[in-house]
Design a protein around this ligand. Structure first.
Ligand code: AMP
Ligand code: MG
Length: 430
């Protein structure tokens, strides 16, 4: 279904609190097969909230609202609903009883304030009567509008336990189903990806391809929306419509996969380090690292994965030349002859850590992250990688653009991608 999210609160529009609720809700709803066409952030102003609600109800199949449901005088969502949707607040005795039954040490005045939570718009259906912050559903102009509290964990629980299951039931009435997949790509710029697959969008107006640079990766989303409800719907056409959407989706997915090949490292929730970890595990390979300019960034990503001890032995952060010699056995003469940022030193680092750790596979990184330290021959962004296996040792030269943080981040991702390609047997000889 096509949805919209409205986050309410002056703390959001003043920049004091980051609107994490919308991001969370969008991710969950997307995962459940819905498409979010708009996310609005509105201050605690009944007029603005009312306008946003009316616009959302008019153009979307469902709306999720978070915030502004609290007991304090600045929470005005229900007031906005009363004004804009002509639904005055009425007392919900079961909610009131719940509030009165579990006083958490409030004074009589505080209790009266809390009782505000029992006044909800006429026609509201309480989503979770067991909770004080119950949240509610209002069906307005045949559109379900879910009102959830702003407190992130309360919103998250209600969304997962009430909203998503309710929408799944509702879907029976709406034919606009959405199929989506996110492809995660590394090593190709957004514009080139667009050139390779952009034409696929022409297959049907129901197809959308989105490009999202999530540095240093690019995420591509393929979305196929079911046709609009047929009126009147003859029985067989509904099935045909769903089948056609599935076929169209599968055909486009195959075309995207063929066009982008092994630049696609994962799908949906997969991460580069997760994919590498999985490959190491299934191929029963062990890994060690020798990191210079990434300073442990790669080891940090790998060890963030539970169970990584099965394949990751450890690493050396050999930042100085001295440590490259002492801990990795890189030759003094080699460092003098080629410099620390060089192919021969990258290879020696990888071989050194592989032998010392007694692992199958070792990877090294040595480069110039900047802003200082560059030269005409080796400008900032010059990074060498070494890859040592029992049979051979390779080195790779890359020149990255960006600031220090970006260069370190893209170097770490490149290292993981080199490992991924090696484990897939698709590493091109430099
Ligand atoms: P409310 O339900 O508007 O009283 O919100 C309660 C608290 O939840 C606020 O004080 C914020 O700290 C937090 N909050 C509200 N809306 C959001 C949001 N969209 N994202 C993250 N936190 C929020
Ligand atoms: Mg608020």
């Amino acid at each position: 279904m096509i949805g919209e999210i409205i986050a309410i609160g002056n703390e959001l529009t003043s920049g004091r609190v980051l609107d994490t609720n919308s991001r969370f809700a969008a991710g969950q709803l997307f995962g459940a097969g819905h498409e979010i066409i708009a996310m609005a952030t509105i201050g605690d102003s009944p007029e603005e909230i009312g306008r946003a609600l009316k616009r959302a109800i008019a153009r979307s199949d469902f709306v999720v609202v978070t915030g502004g449901l609290g007991a304090t005088s600045d929470d005005l969502t229900n007031e906005a609903v009363a004004l804009a949707l002509k639904r005055p607040s009425v007392l919900f005795p079961e909610v009131l009883e719940k509030i009165r039954r579990c006083p958490a040490g409030q004074s009589a005045t505080e209790m009266r304030l809390l009782e505000k939570l029992a006044w909800l718009p006429d026609g509201a259906e309480v989503l979770s009567p067991e909770r004080r912050m119950a949240g509610y559903l209002l069906i307005h102009d045949h559109t379900p509008v879910f009102f959830l509290p702003g407190v992130p964990h309360e919103m998250q629980e209600l969304l997962a336990e009430r909203v998503i299951p309710r929408l799944a039931l509702w879907q029976g009435e709406s034919v606009r189903r959405v199929r989506q997949r996110v492809y995660k790509i590394f090593g190709r710029p957004e514009i080139e990806i667009n050139r390779l697959v952009g034409h696929l969008e022409k297959a049907s107006p129901r197809v959308r391809i989105g490009y999202y640079p999530v540095f240093p990766e690019v995420h591509l989303s393929l979305t196929v929306i079911d046709g609009p409800p047929a009126t009147p719907a003859p029985a067989p056409s509904a099935t045909t419509s769903i089948d056609t959407t599935a076929n169209l989706f599968d055909r486009l997915a195959a075309q995207i996969e063929a066009a982008l090949g092994d630049c696609i490292f994962g799908r949906d929730e997969e991460t580069l380090e997760g994919v590498v970890g999985c490959l190491l595990r299934t191929r029963a390979q062990t890994l060690a690292l020798a990191e210079s300019c990434t300073g442990g960034l790669i080891a940090g990503k790998l060890t963030a994965l539970p169970g990584s001890s099965a394949y990751f032995s450890g690493g050396v952060v050999s930042y100085s030349n001295d440590l490259k010699e002492k801990f990795l056995g890189v030759g003094h003469q080699l460092l003098l002859a080629h410099g620390a940022v060089s192919g021969p030193v990258a290879r020696a680092m990888a071989e050194g850590v592989r032998e010392r750790a007694g692992v199958d596979l070792a990877l090294s990184v040595t480069g110039i992250a900047g802003p200082g330290g560059g030269s005409a021959e080796k400008p900032v962004g010059t990074v060498y990688f070494g890859l040592a296996t029992l049979e051979r040792t390779l080195d790779f030269l890359y020149r990255f653009a960006g600031d220090r943080r970006q260069i370190r981040e893209i170097a770490a991702a490149t290292a993981l991608d080199l490992l991924r390609r090696h484990l897939l047997g698709k590493l091109l000889q430099p």
